[in-house]
Write a new protein. Sequence first.
Length: 236
Amino acid sequence: MAEYCKLLLSCEHGGNTVPAAYRGLFQAQEELLASHRGYDRGSLPLARFLAQQLNATLEYSTTTRLLVDLNRSRSSKSLFSEVLAEVSAGEKEQILARYYDPYRNALRDRVGGFIDHGAQVVHLSVHTFTPVLHGQPRSADLGLLYDPSRNEEKRFCRDWQDLLQQQTSDLRVRCNYPYRGTADGLTRSFRQFFPAQDYLGIELEVNQALLAGNKTFPEALQKALSDTLRDLLIKD
């Protein structure tokens, strides 16, 4: 049994930077890069706040997901965007070797190292989502994504949902919304490597409608997230 609980934060879509070698591909793509398809607005400032408040390790990327999506499996059709449609298979392998594999391997090594030292790892992958998709408004402020077949993840997210709604009663918190926790993603892939009792892979999804000034989330929301997380991470 794990001796203590360790929080590990990650942010796969933290920025929309285009590496110099690929800027030619993204000429006249400024609007696309600035959209949700380019990055998750507000995700990295939130992840940094949580890491600072909870003294947690944070791994993040500021390379645009339009070059390669770090939150997708190698077999995913959306691993590369349409911007790379004319890029050769060999060049795509180079992109994976330079940006995708090092990020995932470093994060997986972190998880394994914490587990080897007796920790139960709570891996929180921080994301944001658009308020409206295909003309349909999203009916949540926060989404907590997990695998329902993994009891530790389920318990953690249900307890977190309860704490958040107790602290901020007007906050709409839903589990496995706006996406399923078992959908293709980084946490799902890590579940293949680590036992359920040692690894909790959870995605936090925050509605971009809550962004203040289009950059950061309100201090009260950030504090509610960090305070409730702190309560959950204390092991008896």
